[in-house]
Design a protein around this ligand. Sequence first.
Ligand code: ZN
Length: 248
Amino acid sequence: MSSIPVSHDSPTSKPTSAGKHGKVLAGKIVGIDPGHNGLNHTDPAFLTQQVFNGRTMEDCDTTGTQTASGYTEAQFNFTVATDLRAILRREGAKVVMTRNNNDGLGPCVDRRAKILDDAHANVSIDIHADGGPASGRGFTVLEPLPAGLNDKVIGASDEFGSFVHEAFLADTPFGVSDYYGHDGYISRDDLAGLNLTTMPKVLIECGNMPNAQDAALLTSPTVQRQIARALNAAIVRFLTGHWPPGTS
Ligand code: ZN
């Protein structure tokens, strides 16, 4: 994919713009997995069914977390995903999502991975917010470790993850996590979405919902759109070698 060493603020970094041949992401397929679903909490037996995550068996999914005031992670994930989808479509991408509403159940995490694999997405993002200790703040990029199916996309996923990390710092109010991972990164070998991917993919924990300051940001429509724009910037850079116009 992009191996062009373009710095975010380099004077040689020309913004990508729609040329005479069309939009910047024309012909590209982008996968988005908004974690959990709005009715997951209604069916514990569905959630505890066992699925293969590429290494071992695990639960189909969880309910996800929520803020102290009850704003759910599932709603946050879906709102950011739909904001991101709108931007990507304007840029000419075909967008595949693992769920198309927030009032359903599932699909299970293995099925989510397969939906994006079967779509032959060029790159995918799993969108989440964390349920960490209430004192903790910040975002974390979760990157895959080799598990077989994903062996060929580890390096590209790490590169994409670095673009997500850079865009989050530049274009959102969030800093790197002060309670999880290291400098805003962690490698995980126990997640179906990362173990079972055949395209470059990372999972982003955008912030920590139980933390009051992060919660105020995560529930803000303005900040949600900033997050979507940051994710879009990382995707455009990964697929084209350039940051999109308008990113800082
Ligand atoms: Zn989650």
